[in-house]
Write a protein that binds this ligand. Structure first.
Ligand SMILES: *Cc1c(COP(=O)(O)O)cnc(C)c1O
Length: 402
């Protein structure tokens, strides 16, 4: 029985070997990872946290200290990871949602430019599925309006903008995630990168004050890493996928998570994978290109347009099926065949039930974000996806659309 994970980075014997060797020099390994990230992305400082969402909480709290107290709203796109609004609420700030352009998954810039920014502290990018936003434009806008840009590259480590700057390095600070479904992983983990020495000093003070990763948690994470590395293979992935308590690929909104230090017991895995970032991304890019070249043309199918001249790394390959019945059929068929496709986040940010009293909608329709939630299908691109899988996925889509 073959079953593909929707996303995931294989952990090899070599990664495990480097990890085991680094277990007794964890701080040195962490410093090395920080140095290598800083060098390849040309940033000055890296800070590590238990998760990406924890990193975002600390970052937002730090930005609050750098701005007048009247600035307490954060602008986010109408379609992004649910962790983003949850971090904003956890940081004690307000959310204002701006709609996206369904053709690009990026902000609808006409709408963004018309927003009232008088109380806005920061605007957050999304760079979903490894496709960079128009980051130069977003950075310019944030400077003109005197806001902080938080460049959320949780899904886009290694992607490049139109001007060839890495996603995550725009604005005052960027975010990378080391979660299981991201570009590289240590099961959990979040990284803030910045060039601002002022923000760096605040982050340094704050990271010293947060609790360290609890030892029992770290040990359980090592166990998870062992299971992950052993069961990601399509021949074995059905086993964890069949366990109800594993909750793979379920998106829930919650603010119930700890803000603590990074689990340095797994930093060796992150370092080993970071050193393979190019190769990991090249594989995903090639798999994405194969989908793009071989998808059928159909009135019901639309591709997502990355900014011209940018370099998306396609953590997954997103497309839109504009006919609801056909989309449901495609998702059901691909799910049944274990082909790793997914409908991604189930709703637009404005439709998250837990946020219903916290968002100012003022008559806006958020059509872009809502359409994406209804239409998106994302296809797997990771290293364990074979041509045979891709052909089966493409055949299925062609059959339903044909
Ligand atoms: C995953 C993700 C996050 C949060 O990262 P975690 O490490 O999972 O907490 C934030 N933003 C985006 C866009 C993400 O995809």
């Amino acid at each position: 029985m073959r079953k593909l994970a929707p996303s995931g980075t294989p952990i090899s014997q070599r990664d495990l070997f480097l990890w085991a060797r680094s277990l007794f020099s964890r701080q040195t390994t962490l410093n090395r990872l920080a140095a290598e990230i800083s060098k390849s992305f040309e940033i000055d400082q890296c800070f590590f946290f238990s998760t990406g969402r924890a990193a975002m909480v600390v970052l937002l709290e730090s930005l609050t200290e750098m701005a007048p107290t009247t600035k307490s709203t954060v602008v986010i796109p109408s379609y992004t990871c649910y962790s983003v609004p949850s971090s904003i609420i956890k940081a004690g700030l307000q959310i204002n949602v701006c709609d996206i352009d369904e053709k690009t998954l990026d902000y609808d810039y006409d709408k963004l430019e018309q927003m009232d920014f008088s109380r806005v502290l920061a605007v957050v990018s999304s760079n979903l599925y490894g496709i960079p936003n128009d980051l130069d434009r977003l950075e310019r806008l944030s400077e003109e309006k005197d806001l902080f840009l938080l460049d959320d590259a949780a899904q886009s480590m290694g992607a490049l903008s139109q001007t060839k700057r890495p996603a995550g390095t725009y604005g005052i600070a960027g975010l990378y995630s080391l979660d299981k479904g991201k570009v590289i992983t240590s099961i959990n983990g979040g990284i803030i990168v910045t060039r601002s020495s002022k923000l760096g000093a605040i982050l340094q003070r704050k990271t010293r004050k947060i609790p360290p990763a609890p030892i029992p948690w770290c040990l359980v994470e090592i166990l998870k890493m062992a299971i992950y590395s052993g069961f990601l293979s399509p021949r074995r992935y059905w086993i964890p996928a069949a366990l109800p308590f594993v909750k793979l690929g379920i998106t829930e909104y919650t603010t119930d998570y700890p803000v603590s230090g990074y689990n340095t017991m797994l930093v060796g895995i992150a370092l080993s994978l970071f050193r393979q970032l190019e190769a990991i991304n090249d594989k995903s890019i090639a798999n994405a290109a194969y989908y793009q070249e071989n998808l059928p043309s159909s009135e019901h199918l639309r591709l997502i347009q990355p900014p011209p001249m940018s370099k998306p790394i396609y953590l997954r390959y997103p497309l839109r099926i504009t006919d609801n019945m056909r989309r449901k059929t495609i998702l059901a068929l691909l799910e049944k065949s274990g082909l790793g496709a997914s409908g991604s986040y189930p709703g637009a940010i404005v439709d998250i039930y837990q946020l219903r009293d916290r968002l100012e909608i003022d008559g806006r329709d958020f059509r872009g974000g809502r359409r994406i939630a209804e239409q998106i299908v994302t296809l797997p691109t990771h290293a364990l996806v074979e041509k045979l899988d891709q052909d089966r996925i493409l055949n299925c889509i062609a059959k339903v659309l044909g």
